[in-house]
Design a protein around this ligand. Structure first.
Ligand code: HEC
Length: 124
């Protein structure tokens, strides 16, 4: 897990970029605090699978956003100690979950400013 995950400056195609450093941080948080119940590959174990995103029951609703997921995680997870994640950590782990479902939102880290505009389910 190196801190040297840097998006090349010449890359201009924001759509295919992700904030790799944040995703790595979220992945470390996930491995430490979530994988034991949700599976190392998010496939589910004692807890439900966390991908594909469309299968998530929480947060509810077709318009659920990454902000809603980060908030739900912060208020409810981990089961034994809800509220123990900071908002930044909840966004980090949410970025990891989104990335593992193939969602791209640009190179900006997922945060309160952009997460309400990133939706978990495609509008039909
Ligand atoms: C001790 C086991 C356990 C741990 C650790 C745990 N979870 Fe969960 N998680 C569950 C269970 C059980 C549920 C389903 C019950 C519920 O919705 O409250 C759940 C539900 C969820 C859901 C909603 C899934 C859905 O389909 O509704 C998300 C998202 C989630 N967890 C994320 C996380 C994250 C992120 C972490 C780590 C910070 C984490 N969980 C840690 C057991 C766990």
């Amino acid at each position: 897990m190196s801190a040297a995950a840097v998006v090349p400056a010449e890359a201009e195609t924001g759509a295919d970029q992700r904030p790799t450093e944040q995703i790595a941080k979220g992945g470390a948080l996930y491995a430490e605090g979530c994988a034991s119940c949700h599976g190392v590959d998010l496939q589910g174990d004692s807890g439900p699978a966390l991908r594909p995103l469309a299968a998530l029951k929480q947060p509810q609703g077709a318009a659920a956003s990454a902000a809603d997921l980060a908030r739900w995680i912060r208020l409810n997870m981990p089961v034994a100690d809800p509220g123990s994640l900071t908002s930044a950590q909840a966004h980090d782990v949410t970025a990891f979950i989104l990335a593992r479902s193939g969602v791209s939102w640009g190179a900006e880290p997922l945060a309160a400013a952009n997460s309400p505009t990133i939706f978990l389910r495609k509008a039909k």
